[in-house]
Design a protein around this ligand. Structure first.
Ligand SMILES: [Zn+2]
Ligand SMILES: [Zn+2]
Length: 214
């Protein structure tokens, strides 16, 4: 969206054009307010530690949920691993404090809103989510689960970067050496998943050699 559009909407206020562009995120998902509450069925509520940031979720089950054992997650969370649940940007509605967020983009190490970035409460610094270009990776520890069944909806499908782990988790879930589906499975992964991946890789190899011959 261009700055002139903002000016026309009166959203740009007295700010210069650069400021207008820097603030453009406020008008887009996941930060835009869902005006029509009837469209948005509230299934979960979450908040940061100090309570300045509050949000609702409309989706019953995340698109995926996993533990990431990479060293960046360890360092940024001050924890042995990160628990993240993937949602569409439209699945979340910030009801409080959504303009009091802090950003961190880890490759350039900048604090401006530049995707993909880490999002935290600017006051108590609780990590809220990773905002990607199309999806959000929400940290379910902020959600106020009302029943064990609700919590179960967020059970993980796999572990990522398991080679970097601080501790072993013998839960029988697939364990990827790097990013899921594009690295290798390792120790304690279920045999089914290992065999399926082997088959998939063989098929890919066959496809590739077929193409190379054409
Ligand atoms: Zn807070
Ligand atoms: Zn990670």
């Amino acid at each position: 969206m261009s700055n002139s559009t903002y000016a026309a909407n009166g959203d740009n206020g007295d700010l210069g054009s650069t400021e207008g562009e820097l603030n453009a995120w406020k008008h887009r998902a996941p930060y835009k307010i869902h005006d029509n509450a009837e469209d948005f069925k509230v299934r979960y509520e979450g908040s940061c530690h100090c309570g300045k940031i509050k949000y609702q979720l409309s989706r019953e089950k995340p698109l995926d949920s996993k533990y990431c054992h990479c060293t960046t997650c360890q360092k940024i969370h001050g924890a042995p691993f990160q628990w993240a649940a993937i949602f569409h940007k439209d699945d979340i509605n910030f009801t409080h404090g959504h303009h009091d967020l802090g950003w961190y983009e880890s490759s350039e190490k900048t604090c401006v809103h530049k995707l993909p970035c880490k999002v935290s409460c600017a006051y108590c610094r609780t990590p809220i989510m990773d905002e990607g270009r199309n999806m959000i990776l929400l940290f379910p520890t902020l959600i106020d689960f009302k029943t064990p069944e609700e919590r179960k909806n967020f059970d993980i499908s796999c572990h990522m970067f398991y080679t970097r782990r601080i501790l072993d988790i013998n839960d029988g879930k697939p364990k990827w050496t790097g990013i899921n589906d594009s690295s290798d499975l390792m120790a304690d992964s279920p045999a089914d998943a290992v065999n399926e991946l082997k088959r998939k890789r063989q098929d890919e190899e066959q496809e590739k050699s077929k193409k190379d011959q054409e």
